[in-house]
Design a protein around this ligand. Structure first.
Ligand SMILES: [Fe+2]
Length: 334
């Protein structure tokens, strides 16, 4: 424990220098701001709350306004806890209680510098991502489709039983959507959403994807994450295609609210997602899976009808059956 001011300053300086950083001392908030003004932004400031000329609260406000990336850690006495909380609200990363324990200083400084590093790193990735999105915007539609197909191939290489599933779902979804009046860009978004609806399964473990037996509750939870994950993967690239994102996120919702990830009910489920839910289920039923053989198209149609109103939207099922009036005409995947 260190309790005279000079020793506290020396101890703190040693901790900071251990990070390879030079130290500078200021006797007041105003002097600290003047140093910043003169020398530019620094990674870390450790500041008292009560100082002459300018107190710690004002210093934080001023410093972070000009240099938002400085990691600020406050030194605070027991009686100053509420002020320390105010400092945290203003953007200080942490506070160290007096009397100072050197191990605590070390831990707080480590944490504050690491947090700052993460913030800067995130910003870098964010900016990188933004410029990537702008670059994508400049690309033509074909290159986006190529990327989509690559993603789908990557997924289908993991999940051999769903080979061709994405393309069939896209095809069935488009033909069903046409029956519901979709045209132009709205229809294209249905196609893309159909192709990409399961893309989040890239993050699903292969042993679960290909498990030749029913899933345990934990495994089911793991696989359920794919719809929200898929939306997160695609969101940076497809901000101009909200319908695609809605399909990817909500294609496992059910009218009765028993679906996932949001438990939406009825019309709260985006119509695009209700369309893909029907054709996805139909293709899943008529396809061999690791844990069960395929069902005949007639059976699958019966199942769609049976679950209409609870799982599936009746208008969508009717549109699907108008688009495919003869179940025997469906291509039966191998
Ligand atoms: Fe899915």
């Amino acid at each position: 424990m260190v309790d005279d001011d000079a020793s506290v300053r020396r101890s703190i300086a040693r901790v900071i220098e251990a990070h390879g950083l030079a130290t500078k001392e200021a006797r007041s908030g105003a002097e600290a701001l003047a140093i910043l003004e003169r020398e530019g932004e620094v990674p870390l400031v450790i500041s008292d709350i009560y100082m002459p000329e300018m107190d710690g609260v004002t210093f934080i406000r001023e410093a972070l306004q000009r240099y938002p990336d400085i990691a600020i850690v406050m030194l605070t006495g027991i009686a100053e806890v509420s002020t320390a909380v105010e400092c945290l609200k203003l953007g200080a990363l942490d506070y160290i209680s007096k009397p100072v324990v050197i191990e605590e200083v070390r831990a707080r400084v480590d944490k504050a510098l690491e947090k700052r590093h993460l913030v800067l790193q995130n910003r870098f990735y964010q900016q990188h991502l933004e410029s990537r999105v702008r670059e994508l915007d400049r690309r033509n539609k074909q290159s986006l489709i190529n990327g989509v197909q690559m993603l789908v191939q990557a997924l289908e290489a993991k999940d051999t039983y769903t080979s061709g599933h994405s393309a069939r779902v896209a095809d069935y979804a488009v033909k069903t959507a046409v029956q519901l009046g979709y045209t132009g860009d709205r229809l294209e978004q249905i196609r893309l959403g159909g192709e990409l609806h399961d893309i989040g399964k890239i993050g699903t473990r292969e042993d679960i994807l290909n498990k030749p037996a029913p899933l345990t509750p934990d495994e089911f939870q793991h696989i359920k994450a794919h719809s929200a994950l898929g939306e997160r993967i695609l969101a940076p690239f497809l901000s101009e295609s909200p319908s695609v994102l809605r399909i990817v996120r909500s294609h496992h919702e059910r009218l009765d609210g028993a679906g996932f990830p949001d438990g939406l009910t009825g019309a709260a489920i985006p119509e695009e997602a209700r369309i893909v839910a029907v054709v996805d289920a139909f293709d899943a039923m008529t396809t061999n899976r690791a844990y069960r053989p395929s069902r005949a198209p007639f059976d699958a149609v019966d199942e769609l009808r049976r679950c209409t109103g609870t799982h599936f939207d009746s208008d969508v099922v009717a549109a699907f059956l108008r688009a495919f009036p003869d179940p025997s005409a469906f291509p039966i995947p191998g």
